[in-house]
Design a protein. Structure first.
Length: 576
């Protein structure tokens, strides 16, 4: 059912002939507006995550003007509302600590202001899930504008991928195989334009998930930030959201079990970041869809990786992906695995948006019959070390480590681990399994990206470039290697990871989805009785609230008081 102008949400503020509405009108007049601006037009909020410290969103200061142009062209009234930027490269201890903060800010900002629809401007890792979570809970028409990946990095004619090649060349520097001058050249060449990481890291993973869930215009997530098509797409977002308001196309009409399943399948086919797990679960549950780790693992078993993009791929980057056809082409390749009848923000069903999509380079976007990895990007392991599950990215680790048994080398803190790995006398072999604990949602705090534990320098100099590593933390989506992450329950709250000792034998079997410490129950019971809970990290403010209400990784790390009853959307409460 479509809306009329008189039914607009913003009319509650400006239409009544009373003193309070008079105040609303006069204060807009104070800024130079009049009834031609708001009287017969939907008011469109533009949530902008630009900041001077966020290189991924450096172009948003200009793109917001492109969005406004589209809103004006379609007859709407655009209003920019700045929100947290969450710069992945600058914010400590981790942007994950503040994902829910931005989600709450977006939801409350939208609820409390006279807006009828919203364009969400995000892309840097946590901004996509945060903005989407908040907008889902607010419950009125929304469209997501992806920041777009930066251009390919380059050093002496070699393409560089953000994150992935930083880890690679840092290890070479530690091993003494490259000079300080060469390292500086890598630093200067790896990030050549505004935009988020151009590997298929967390940023590209999450914008692809937003598109496959139906929340962006078709093809929007693949466009490089510096491409003129990105400007045109931004303007189209502004035009489209005005129509969505009159169509009353709200998130609950787009996000359902089928669209979530589509997003899961596409995530697996793209070689997604391990961070997709916590964000997908959180986003789905905000919409009342009870997505679980086991469902993600099932999708991983039956969905091959067909995007040949680093870090799962060996050669190509997101610029190559776009020129090969982008996400529309990838979804067209796997359309038999998707529900094509779900609605999208375009106003068309998913299948309609894929008509005419072509693959222009079938080495970049592979057919299902020739994947780069025959199972999906992620696998969920369970056992006495992680009874509520943990996650590994098999496509990005050495095959020899997918079934492995070895002694644990345990670290209780990141500083302890960081110091130890530089000690060339460290008692460690390539068969050891490194363990970093107390780095989870509460213990980190905020589950920092510490999970790609550095290979000890002693082993680096022996030519070792991968070994098994286990943590209750996360890792960057640009990372790679045999890293087992998101161990739940985390050590900080007494999960079994808190009980493992250096020298304990741990067995990992990825094909059979198991992870166990080979320690008898009597010994574990004794250790459990001796364990002392660490103090919480915060005594006041947002951190205190975070510590009291954060859920574990297997539940998406959302706040317990923001849960949505499964089967229902959050909706908008009557605040008047």
């Amino acid at each position: 059912m479509s809306k009329t102008v008189t039914a607009l949400r913003s009319a509650r503020w400006f239409a009544p002939d009373d003193l309070r509405s008079s105040g609303h009108r006069s204060r807009l007049m104070q800024m130079g507006y009049d009834e031609k601006d708001w009287g017969q037009k939907p008011i469109i909020a533009i949530l902008n995550t630009w900041s001077d410290l966020n290189p991924c969103h450096a172009h948003f200061k200009h793109r917001v003007e492109d969005v406004k142009r589209g809103v004006l062209q379609a007859g709407g009234f655009p209003v920019e509302l700045p929100v947290q930027s969450l710069s992945e490269t600058s914010l400590k201890p981790t942007t994950m600590l503040y994902r829910n903060f931005l989600a709450m800010e977006a939801e409350e900002l939208l609820r409390g202001h006279p807006v009828d629809g919203v364009v969400l401007m995000g892309g840097c890792d946590k901004t996509t899930p945060a903005l989407v979570m908040g907008a889902i809970s607010a419950g009125f028409p929304m469209i997501f504008l992806p920041a777009g990946p930066m251009l390919r990095g380059n050093y002496k004619g070699e393409y560089l991928g953000s994150g992935s090649d930083a880890w690679k060349y840092w290890d070479e520097r530690r091993a003494g195989t490259i000079t300080d001058e060469q390292w500086t050249g890598v630093e200067e060449g790896i990030a050549r334009s505004y935009g988020h990481c151009m590997t298929f890291g967390t940023a590209s993973t999450m914008t692809a998930i937003a598109e496959s869930m139906g929340l962006t215009l078709p093809g929007a997530s693949s466009i490089p930030a510096a491409d003129a098509n990105h400007i045109r797409m931004s303007t189209r977002c502004g035009r489209r959201i005005v129509d969505m308001v009159f169509e009353d196309l709200t998130p609950d009409k787009i996000i359902n079990r089928q669209s979530v399943d589509n997003a899961v399948a596409v995530a697996m086919a793209t070689g997604c970041s391990t961070n997709a797990v916590v964000h997908l679960i959180a986003m789905a549950r905000r919409a009342g869809v009870p997505l679980t780790l086991d469902e993600l693992d099932e999708a991983g078993r039956k969905t091959p990786v067909i995007a040949n993009i680093r870090p799962s791929g060996k050669q190509y980057l997101m610029e190559d992906f776009y020129y090969a056809g982008g996400l529309r082409a990838l979804m067209a390749q796997m359309k038999d695995k998707l529900d094509l009848d779900v609605m999208t923000v375009s106003g068309f069903k998913l299948g309609e948006t894929l008509e005419g999509a072509e693959v222009y380079n079938d080495d970049v976007i592979r057919p299902l019959s020739n994947p780069i990895y025959h199972e999906g990007s992620l696998a969920v392991l369970r056992g006495n070390l992680a009874p509520d599950g943990c996650v590994i990215k098999p496509s990005a680790c050495e095959e020899r480590l997918r079934v492995h048994e070895g002694p644990a080398l345990v670290f209780d803190s990141y500083p302890e681990m960081k110091k130890a790995v530089e000690d060339e006398n460290l008692d460690v072999t390539a068969d050891h399994i490194m363990v970093l604990r107390n780095a989870g949602p509460k213990g980190g705090p905020g589950m920092p990206e510490w999970g790609m534990l550095p290979i000890p320098k002693k082993l680096i100099k022996q030519g070792i470039r991968d070994m098994l590593r286990i943590s209750d933390s996360r890792m960057s989506g640009t990372s790679y290697g045999a890293c087992i992450l998101h161990v739940a329950p985390e050590a900080h709250i007494g999960g079994p990871l808190a009980l493992v000792r250096t020298g304990d034998i741990i067995r990992v079997d990825v094909p059979n989805r198991s992870i166990d410490m080979l320690v008898d129950e009597e010994t574990l019971a004794r250790r459990r009785a001796e364990w002392v809970a660490p103090a919480d990290k915060f005594e006041r403010g947002y951190g205190w609230m975070f510590s009291k209400h954060i859920t574990q990784a297997d539940e998406g790390c959302d706040f317990d008081f923001l849960k949505t009853e499964f089967g229902k959307s959050a909706g908008e409460p009557d605040i008047f």
